[in-house]
Design a protein around this ligand. Structure first.
Ligand code: AVI
Length: 319
């Protein structure tokens, strides 16, 4: 699965200027931070796939089960025969269940990673003969032009995985508004949102016993060394995941375990022992704050489903 913005590894010695700019700006700030989208090079995407299978990481498992269970109700509430437009489709792992339940008229996966997109679109086209599968390579963080064939079809946006949680609420609202521009007024949206819950469940989900999430977080530093000619002493950093109750979010940080000095593309940085690089936010929503976020983004929530333990929710909304 690809996340907000998987970036293919550039050819040897080529530097992605956007990555370099984000890293230099982020490490020069008073509170160091690097946007989470840079996690997803090939290795990062592989590690994320591993995370989704961990016993502690409930969101993928719970959302997949929930979708299978409530598919019929989604079809009843949204109506059958819609074109499904998936934002950040990645491997489209959860899509077949939805396509089947709502008897989709067409499927448009949108993803920034062209190769991966075409590969998974081809797999789906094979599994659903007769269904028009029309991949669009693009950044779904901005409004996207849809293929002409779906212009007159009723549309259902699909945004599973709680990826919305990786955005601060202000950016989440911008994304939701952009989705209306992409889909048009009258469209519907089925969105997965992770619920607020106890730290005893949340923290292990982001700090698993096998250390896969730690490897995922530390891979960001390896990636900087690989792609930006850095000499960051990765072994002197540790993965930290903590719950920030004021923001209702899990934060991931990379903490220096001793004083460190390093260079990236000729720029020198120092960090004191205990200082961190903030590398990810994963916001959690309760039923009310989820509705508020959707409403601020121009969507009216009409149905909501959650698993028996209330861990994760699927919300159906209309524009
Ligand atoms: C992609 N995103 C929804 C994941 C999450 O749960 O916030 C990314 C992740 N980071 C650590 N584990 C999973």
């Amino acid at each position: 699965m690809l996340r907000l913005d998987e970036t293919p590894a550039p050819a040897a010695a080529m530097v992605d200027p956007a990555f370099l700019a984000d890293v230099l700006a982020g490490l020069s700030a008073e509170r160091k931070a690097i946007p989470a989208r840079w996690f997803y090079d090939r290795r990062g995407s592989e590690l994320f796939e591993e995370i989704t299978k961990l016993p502690e990481y409930y969101p993928t498992r719970v959302e997949t089960t929930l979708l299978a269970e409530v598919g019929g109700e989604v079809a009843e509430a949204a109506g059958k025969g819609r074109a499904v437009i998936e934002f950040g489709s990645g491997s489209s792992a959860k899509t077949p269940t939805l396509l089947r339940s709502i008897d989709a008229a067409a499927y448009v996966p949108i993803d920034i990673s062209g190769d991966f997109l075409r590969e998974s679109a081809a797999g789906l086209a094979q599994a659903f003969p007769g269904l028009p599968v029309l991949p669009v390579e693009g950044n779904f963080m901005r409004p996207v032009a849809l293929p002409q064939i779906v212009a007159d079809l009723p549309k259902l946006g699909f945004f599973p995985g709680s990826t919305i949680g990786n955005l601060v609420p202000r950016s989440g609202v911008d994304l939701l508004r952009g989705m209306i521009e992409t889909l048009g007024l009258g469209a519907m949206l089925l969105i997965g949102m992770d619920r607020v819950k106890g730290e005893d469940v949340l923290v292990p989900a982001y700090d698993d016993r096998q250390g896969v999430t730690a490897a995922f977080n530390l891979n960001l530093l390896h990636r900087i060394n690989r792609e930006l000619h850095g000499d960051v002493p990765v072994e002197r950093f540790r993965h930290v995941a903590c719950w920030n109750d004021s923001w209702a979010r899990i934060e991931m940080h990379l903490e220096a375990t001793e004083d460190v000095a390093f260079a990236i593309a000729g720029h020198r940085f120092t960090m004191a022992k205990g200082e961190t690089i903030h590398s990810e936010n994963s916001h959690k929503y309760d039923a009310r704050s989820a509705r508020q976020l959707l409403a601020a983004g121009g969507w009216t929530p009409i149905r909501e489903w959650t698993d028996p333990e209330g861990l994760f929710s699927l919300v159906l909304a209309e524009a």
